[in-house]
Design a protein around this ligand. Structure first.
Ligand code: TXA
Ligand code: MG
Length: 345
């Protein structure tokens, strides 16, 4: 398949390009588009055939359901059974990096939802995503636009590495602002379960809902045979070729450990900006200042892709804090590290 690459500089001036992309989606084709979280691999959510193409392009098991993307929060009613809690969340956080699990309506085929009776709904704030969905006039099913097992793509260059030749079109909208996938919550009456932490934090959800529970699998390994609340939790996510080890310890202990490791062997390091003067440049990937969780989220997947492309035998990174946006970083990094944490002292 020949993939068309289109750079979007100016949405209003490039309406024709977006119409072209929307037409591909309406015809059952695949278009990768930017969102504020990560790039999405889009297809018509109401078309079982398009859903199958998405799974094939990603190399993803077809029981791992897709998120459907809508242009306006109120559109959810057409595809899912909404309730008061949904609209409370929508008013506070949409458009934006929040995905809500609701009962599915018939027009969304089970191919899209991985066989489930629920459907994940998200209204992205990225202007290219919003305009594309509006022009297509259909809900767009879109997982992250990476090959299964790779980090989610946060730039069109990452997308091209994984998806060139596998999709009809890639819309390049620059780098994704947030850099981690959306927060996912399941609604049960007035109760929320946080299934995947992201840009909308646990604390922010608590401002709007009284009862918010964090699913165990967000911070802990699933026991053998345990059934996850979200199918995605059971799949091994991105795992770098070299093992990733997360370091837990005081800043001084960690830096001394890293300096010694650089002397001894061939390691790659995801470091804080403050640490740059103390470390050798070789295979060093800064992810922002220690206190700047937003920057760390923005840079994480790109830094992991770069670290993985080196010949390093081991990759080190800091164990993130579990507060605020840190919980999302913690969740993604713990999975990428297969829960390997080293305490240094
Ligand atoms: O930020 C995002 O959410 C990005 C952009 C493209 O919107 N999309 C994304 O999709 O991260 P994906 O497919 O990589 O992750 C979706 C997760 C999966 O772990 C899946 O298991 C879960 O959402 N999910 C989808 N539908 C679900 C459902 N009905 N019930 C429980 N979990 C669901
Ligand atoms: Mg994904």
């Amino acid at each position: 398949m020949q993939t068309q690459h289109i750079k979007i500089h100016d949405i209003s001036a490039q309406e024709a390009d977006l119409r072209h992309a929307a037409q591909i989606l309406k015809n059952g084709g695949l278009v990768v588009f930017p969102t504020e979280t990560v790039y999405g691999l889009g297809g018509n959510a109401t078309d079982a055939g398009a859903a199958k193409k998405i799974y094939a392009a990603k190399g993803r098991p077809s029981d791992n359901p897709l998120i459907i993307h809508i242009a306006n929060p109120a559109d959810a009613e057409q595809y899912a059974v909404t309730n008061e809690t949904y609209f409370r969340l929508a008013k506070a956080f949409m458009p934006g990096p929040l995905t809500v699990i609701l009962p599915r309506r018939e027009c969304i085929p089970t191919e899209t939802t991985g066989g489930l009776d629920t459907v994940a709904v998200r209204c992205p704030s990225h202007p290219v995503a919003k305009r594309l969905i509006e022009l297509a006039g259909i809900p767009i099913a879109a997982p992250s636009a990476n090959l299964s097992g790779k980090p989610s793509p946060t730039s069109a260059a990452h997308v091209a590495q994984d998806m060139d030749g596998r999709v009809d079109m890639i819309l390049d909208g620059g780098s994704c602002e947030i850099g981690l996938e959306s927060t996912i919550v399941k609604i049960d009456g007035d109760r929320l379960t946080l299934l995947r932490p992201g840009g909308i934090t646990y604390d922010a959800l608590c401002m709007v809902c009284e009862h918010v529970t964090i699913a165990d699998a967000v911070t802990h390994k699933l026991a053998d045979g345990e059934r996850p609340l979200s199918p995605g939790m059971k799949y091994r996510h991105y795992a770098p070729t070299a093992p990733l080890v997360l370091l837990d310890g005081t800043p001084e202990h960690v830096i001394r450990f890293l300096r010694a490791e650089q002397e001894l062997g061939n390691c790659a390091i995801l470091c804080y900006d403050e640490e740059l003067p103390y470390l050798r440049e070789h295979h060093l990937f800064p992810v922002g200042e220690r206190a700047d969780l937003q920057m760390q989220a923005h840079l994480l997947f790109s830094a992991l892709r770069h670290a993985d492309a080196t010949d390093a035998e081991i990759i080190y990174a800091h164990l993130p804090p579990q507060e605020g946006l840190g919980l999302a970083l913690y969740n993604r990094m713990l999975r990428a590290a297969a829960h390997t944490v080293k305490h240094v002292e």
